[in-house]
Design a protein around this ligand. Structure first.
Ligand code: ASP
Ligand code: MG
Length: 471
């Protein structure tokens, strides 16, 4: 009983089999909950294809977008044929699909003539996959005897006009969501809401950023005061490590909001902190579940941290980084060096992933994406030209090919010896640690290692601290 908001990601609604499975899940949960709302993504790959179609059209290509239309037509028609048993529903949906594809064709045609695609046009174009899918799924549920209605989130989610990365205006959104969805829910109609999109106050379509359907679900869930939000994906939950690196990685049963944010920051492909904020603010638990294995419980994300025996819940790695070191004996006790260094970094628009300064104050070291390293190093050198000439700063050194490996778990705050185990694991494997940082939240320990050591570092920490640590 209560209200449940569920979201299906692209692979969960990307094929006839997946759509059938998703419908089974919706119908099963509709029996369990008093109110059920569903948020859907486009079929996997569709958003990419739409964006590519529009981009190539802007470059004068008259061909690629027509190919996208042909592919989308085949994919949508097949789903309609296989899933909609009612002839009236079928006809209506085929007409709707044709209408959207004609709209897309017309858009790409004008983009080609204009020779550019504005962010505003891109939002209208790229959200088409969600609009088709919401209609398809609502029709499918009706064919299976449920009451369901497709709703474009342009009616629900009011945003600013930062096209392609819009920010919801929560008060207005809350009013609209309640006014539009509550009457449906009271009549036991299942609303199928398009993920990813919203609209400005004037009604112009916006999108919430790539992968934005999670955000949509959190917004809808929060505005309806849902008891829970479930996001359906194609893995069993959030894993203790990337299973491609660590074959015995396991599903983490419970994570706190803080832990999941830390994980996302350190490169795990999980819920983005920004997208779950609406749930965090209302303390609504979030579940990550597998559409293709619905019996497995998945991962629960909520406000309370629950520590596991090993204190560390996951290990991640961010690849493709460089470490920059500003060093010199003349830096000691001189105020402003750090501020000027990072101002010089910021001028290049580079985001710093990790900073280390030992209290001897003879060096500052930070890690940034390698693609930014040459420009950032030059910018810091320019900023410090005088200090470099005076030899107060000896050099600005760039070390390419480093990786940040992070062990994440709120339990390490109360558990002595976690760092020792992490380092023990690495020293046993003969892995050299280049740098170390621990935020004062004590929710993670991060190490800088050489790119060649990254896989072994993740595997060793996983085995020693997570698998053995929980025994
Ligand atoms: N379809 C959108 C995208 O691919 C939104 C989402 O899937 O979450 O970015
Ligand atoms: Mg997606």
């Amino acid at each position: 009983m209560g209200t449940l908001t569920m979201k299906f990601g692209g692979t969960s609604v990307g094929s006839v089999e997946a759509l059938r499975q998703a419908a089974d899940i919706v119908l099963a949960q509709a029996r369990e909950w008093e109110h059920l709302v569903v948020v859907v993504s486009a079929m996997n790959g569709v958003t990419d294809a739409l964006i590519k179609g529009a981009r190539t059209a802007a470059e004068g290509d008259d061909h690629t977008y027509r190919g996208v239309v042909a592919d989308l037509r085949v994919r949508s028609y097949r789903a309609v044929d296989d899933l909609l048993t009612n002839p009236g529903e079928r006809r209506a949906l085929l007409a709707a699909v044709d209408g959207y594809l004609d709209e897309f064709t017309a858009f790409c045609h004008s983009v080609r003539i204009l020779g550019e695609v504005t962010p505003r046009a891109m939002d209208t174009i790229s959200s088409l996959g969600e609009r088709i899918n919401a209609r398809l799924i609502a029709a499918m549920l009706r064919c299976r005897g449920a009451e369901s209605e497709a709703i474009d989130a342009t009616e629900l989610i009011v945003t600013d006009d930062a096209f392609q990365n819009a920010v919801p205006l929560m008060d207005l959104t809350r009013e609209r969501i309640q006014a539009r969805l509550t009457p449906l829910l009271e009549r036991s109609v299942i609303p199928i809401v398009t993920g990813f999109m919203g609209a400005t106050v004037e009604g112009i379509t916006t999108t919430l950023g790539r992968g934005g359907s999670d955000y949509s679900a959190a917004i809808v869930g929060a505005c309806l005061d849902s008891d829970e939000v479930w996001t359906w994906t194609d893995v069993d939950g959030i894993m203790s490590a990337d299973p491609r690196l660590v074959p015995d990685a396991r599903v983490i049963p419970i994570l706190s909001y803080a832990e999941v944010s830390e994980l996302a920051y350190f490169g795990a492909k999980v819920l983005h902190p920004r997208t779950i904020r609406p749930c965090i603010e209302r303390a609504i638990p979030l579940w990550v579940k597998n559409t293709f294995n619905p019996a497995s419980p998945g991962t629960r994300v909520n406000s309370e941290a629950e520590s596991t025996p090993g204190a560390v819940k996951a290990v991640t790695a961010i690849q493709g980084l460089s470490m920059i070191t500003v060093e010199g004996r003349g830096m000691m006790g001189v105020p402003g060096i750090a501020a000027r260094t990072f101002a010089a970094v910021a001028r290049q628009g580079s985001s710093v992933l990790l900073i280390i300064q030992a209290s001897s104050e003879q060096s500052i070291c930070f890690v940034i994406p390698s693609k930014d390293a040459p420009a950032v190093a030059r910018s810091v050198e320019q900023e410090m030209a005088l200090e470099l000439a005076r030899r107060d700063i000896e050099q600005v050194r760039v070390m390419d090919g480093v990786v940040i490996v992070s062990a994440v778990g709120a339990g390490m705050r109360h558990t002595p010896g976690v760092a020792a185990r992490v380092f023990g694991a690495l020293s046993q494997a003969g892995i050299n640690v280049i740098g170390i940082a621990q935020g004062s939240s004590e929710c993670s320990i991060s190490l800088i290692v050489a790119a060649d050591d990254a896989t072994a570092a993740v595997q060793e920490i996983h085995r020693e601290v997570i698998i053995n640590g929980s025994r």
